[in-house]
Ligand binder design. Structure first.
Ligand code: APR
Ligand code: PHB
Length: 395
């Protein structure tokens, strides 16, 4: 048994935990990260790849933006495909010059891990039985087991950045939590391949066979998805079956242009809308997927995690520099206002683009009318663009 002391104990070395650790370090605040998996395991998870401008700014602030600027792809628009044709949403033009950066979450994580290692900051990978204690006091601790030995970290604050299945939210008494949740009745089958992207920008397709998305990681690597039954198994989907299905859900020009190749990763992900309120319990703070999940249609998951971390890092910095608890006290409500707006957008975009057999023919007709309205109305396109590109932070 050993006891170690730090200012902020961070549970989880996903993008939220790593980014928080880096921002705190740059402000001179000590932190330790406890992660149950290995670093390689964390890097093996393929997630979304669209960064809002405010997320890019935060990566710059953390000193890890260099490769993102060099290799990330700046996109000023995306395409909606329906009725056999594509319609561009001119994000840049509709938002007064804003854009997103296409750069994989895996790469963000890799850059953050490298910066943390270069700074010599402590990350305990393979930490088992991680558990937060005493967060109703000003002297919380986190215990964990490594190589059969129990260790304790004494700290001022605990940051629960341990994702949807983490221990942080699970350690809060259920009666202190309000949970809001919707589970969708379908999944996304995703394929990563070393093929050139079918188009310069992302294509979101509403098709009678189901939703499809054409995304990318670089000019030579693509990430494509098709809506699939929730209980399908990856093994049921050969590469050929995937490419056939994707092609059928695109307009004729994109179907013709689609270059196929062997998959290098293939996985099925469920879709969920989830919020746990509040996001602070005494000296325990939830950030990222531990507090909320959005369906991936709006690409908001990582961006929301970054927004939480922005608020949380500022709150801790203010506390240590000015002995002010204002940021800490307002953390939860500030995050949740932004979270709910992103939940709403992601839920709306998911509803617009997917096939919902239960809504029948009228559901399809209404989706089509909304899509026609969306691409035909500058006001509606603007509302979509400003959400997709990322809402501004409240003053
Ligand atoms: N103890 C220690 N670590 C844990 C525990 C635990 N009990 N439970 C989970 N973890 C770790 C996971 O192994 C993972 O590495 O916490 C990390 C959480 O990372 P993410 O799930 O990536 O969550 P977050 O950092 O909030 O990132 C949000 O990532 O999941 C996507 O769509 C999401 O883009 C969003 C972003
Ligand atoms: C991805 O590139 O993986 C991606 C892009 C946009 C989304 C979801 C996923 O909306």
């Amino acid at each position: 048994m050993s006891t170690q002391r730090t200012q902020v104990a961070i549970i989880g070395a996903g993008p939220a935990g790593l980014l928080l650790g880096q921002l705190l370090h740059r402000a001179g605040i000590d932190n330790v990260i406890l992660e149950r998996q290995t670093g390689d395991y964390v890097l093996g998870r393929i997630r979304a790849g669209v960064l809002e401008q405010t997320t890019c700014d935060l990566l710059d602030e953390a000193g890890v933006g260099e490769r993102m600027h060099a290799e990330g792809m700046v996109h000023g628009g995306f395409e909606l495909c329906f009725g056999g044709a594509r319609h561009r949403i001119d994000m840049h033009g509709l938002t007064g010059g804003k854009h997103v950066t296409v750069y994989g979450q895996t790469e963000v994580t890799r850059d953050l891990m490298a910066a943390r290692a270069a700074a010599g900051l402590p990350t305990i990978y393979g930490a088992k039985d991680v558990a937060p204690h005493g967060f109703d006091t000003d002297h919380p601790t986190v215990s964990y087991t490594l190589d059969g030995v129990v260790h304790t970290v004494a700290c001022d604050f605990i940051a629960g950045c341990d994702g949807y299945h983490g221990v942080s939210r699970a350690s809060v008494p259920p009666k202190a939590l309000s949970i809001y949740e919707k589970v969708y009745q379908f999944g996304w089958l995703g394929v990563l391949a070393d093929t050139p992207p079918v188009a310069h920008e992302l294509i979101y397709s509403n098709h009678e066979r189901g939703f499809a998305l054409c995304s990318m990681r670089s000019t030579t690597r693509t990430r494509y998805y098709v809506q699939c039954p929730l209980h399908d198994k990856v093994e049921q989907w050969s590469d050929a079956a995937f490419w056939d299905e994707l092609r059928r859900r695109l307009d004729p020009a994109a179907a013709e242009a689609l270059v196929t190749g062997p998959s290098i990763e293939k996985s099925i992900a469920p879709l969920r809308s989830f919020v746990a309120e509040p996001m602070r319990f005494g000296t325990l703070f939830l950030a990222g997927d531990s507090a909320h999940i959005v369906p991936p249609t709006g690409a908001k998951g990582l961006n929301l995690a970054a927004a939480d971390v922005r608020f949380l890092s500022r709150a801790f910095i203010e506390f240590y520099a000015e002995k002010s608890r204002a940021g800490i006290d307002h953390y939860s409500e500030k995050c949740l206002r932004r979270v709910w707006k992103a939940e709403r957008f992601s839920w709306w975009f998911t509803g617009l683009m997917h096939k919902f057999p239960e809504t029948g023919a009228i559901g399809q007709k209404l989706q089509r009318a909304e899509l026609d309205y969306l691409v035909g109305s500058r006001a509606a396109s603007t509302a979509m663009a400003e959400n997709y590109v990322g809402l501004p932070f409240e003053a």
